[in-house]
Structure formats: structure tokens, C-alpha cells
Design a protein around this ligand. Structure first.
Ligand SMILES: [Zn+2]
Length: 258
């Protein structure tokens, strides 16, 4: 009996050691497999990201430089722009939100961005194009929202004498936004809204900027559907505007196509 007991004791001791080694081996195998899987999936992710960037319509190539002036309309207590019908929504806030989102997307595409304002402050109308002229910006895009008793949709304004380069920029931006989805495409407009259409008057930012420019009226702040679309598509609109700007820079030979 004693011999048997001793024999049994030694047997279990070995089994326990063997089990411990077995468990350790399993742990190492599981950790190893996990590591390999995560390495592969990260590879997959980064490949996807690169593909996503490559399929974008425009990327600024190495050695190419593009400086875009993005002008968020209005700003500060002195000039909140147009108001929604219930007077809770200020155009100046919408313009700034869109401008900051466009800035982000332009930077992601490799462009340099000059902002006429990047916070809720008053900026004199004439100093806006001056900033762009002083910095030798290549393109100028002013972001606004429309207002009226009735009316909806997006329109883009250029100088009344319809300069080709400005019209190209305006059309590209408008077509891009139309693809994302807008309530109505109101087309490229010439001159200045609200005056006699035959009067030769321009928006100050278009008139005074030395580079191709346009003024985007991104829907009516007085229209519920346009406001819903603006909020829902803010980032998609901004991405589209940024891509249209870079596309225009290529078509205007400011930068070489990537
Ligand atoms: Zn405005």
C-alpha cells in the first residue's frame, strides 16, 4: 500500500507540471496568433486608407504648392449675417463651421490655407481680399448662406464680366455640391444679388481679389430643408468644395495634375 501511495503521489506531481507547461504553451500560441492577426488587420487598414486617398479626385503632388484663401462670411457681434426665420440660427456661425471643415479637407489634400477668420470675430469686408492679395493666394473662395422670404438651393457668384477662370472654379464647386445632394442647383450667378441685374456691381470679395474667386451661397438659412441638408452634409459639402478647389487649380494650371 505504501509503495502504491508513493507511486501515485509522484505520478500526480508530474501530471501537474506537465499540465502547467501545456497551459503555458497554449497561452504562448494564442498570444502569437493574436499578434499575427492584428498585424495583418492593421496592414489591411492602412492599405485601405491609402486606396481611399488615391481614389479621391485630387491630391496635390510632391513639390506642388497651392495657397487657397477661405473666407468665412460675416462674423462677430457686429455682423452675424442672415438669420433663420425663428432667429435662432446665425449665418456667420454656419459660414465659419463650413470654412473650418473646408480648411481641414484642403490641408488633407496637401494645400495651404489662408483663413480670413477662424473664430467668431468681426473682419472688415475690404481687408478680406487684401489678406489674400498680400499673401499671393492662388484661389479665393468666400462661404455664405442665402436668405429670402421664399427660395431654396445653392448658387455661386462671380464677377459680372464672367471671367473664365472664376466661372470654372464656380462651376466645379457647384457641380460637386450638386453631386453630394442639394435642394436646387441655382447655377452660377454674375454680379451682385439684390441689385438691378443690369447694374455692373460685384461682391467686394470678388471685385477686390486679384486671383480667381467666387462666393458660394450654400443654401438658404431661411429654408428648413436647406438647413437640414446643411447640417447633415456639412462634412461631405466641405470635402466636395476642397476637392473642387484642387481640381480647379489643376485645370487652371496653378498646379500640375497629380
Ligand atoms: Zn452672407
Amino acid at each position: 500500500m505504501e509503495k502504491q501511495n508513493k507511486h501515485t503521489f509522484i505520478y500526480w506531481d508530474r501530471v501537474i507540471i506537465a499540465l502547467c507547461i501545456f497551459v503555458l504553451i497554449i497561452i504562448f500560441i494564442v498570444l502569437g496568433i493574436k499578434g499575427i492577426i492584428s498585424a495583418f488587420s492593421e496592414d489591411g487598414k492602412s492599405e485601405k486608407a491609402v486606396q481611399a486617398i488615391k481614389t479621391d479626385t485630387a491630391i496635390i503632388g510632391a513639390g506642388q504648392e497651392l495657397l487657397v484663401c477661405i473666407d468665412a462670411g460675416h462674423g462677430g457681434e457686429e455682423d452675424c449675417g442672415a438669420l433663420s426665420k425663428d432667429e435662432t440660427r446665425f449665418e456667420s456661425n454656419d459660414d465659419l463651421k463650413m470654412a473650418l471643415a473646408v480648411e481641414k479637407h484642403l490641408q488633407e489634400l496637401g494645400a495651404d490655407v489662408l483663413m480670413t477668420r477662424n473664430e467668431d470675430i468681426y473682419v472688415d469686408l475690404y481687408s478680406r481680399p487684401e489678406m489674400a492679395n498680400d499673401a499671393n493666394a492662388d484661389l479665393y473662395v468666400s462661404l455664405h448662406r442665402n436668405s429670402a422670404e421664399t427660395g431654396q438651393g445653392v448658387e455661386v457668384w462671380v464677377n459680372y464680366d464672367s471671367p473664365d477662370d472664376d466661372t470654372l472654379l464656380a462651376k466645379n464647386i457647384l457641380n460637386g455640391l450638386d453631386e453630394v445632394g442639394i435642394s436646387q442647383n441655382r447655377g452660377v450667378q454674375y454680379g451682385y444679388q439684390g441689385y438691378d441685374p443690369t447694374a455692373k456691381v460685384n461682391y467686394v470679395v470678388n471685385e477686390k481679389s486679384n486671383m480667381p474667386s467666387c462666393l458660394v451661397e450654400l443654401g438658404f438659412i431661411t429654408d428648413d430643408e436647406d438647413n437640414t441638408l446643411f447640417d447633415k452634409n456639412l462634412d461631405a459639402y466641405a470635402k466636395s468644395i476642397a476637392e473642387s478647389i484642387v481640381k480647379s487649380a489643376e485645370e487652371l494650371n496653378i498646379i500640375e495634375p497629380a
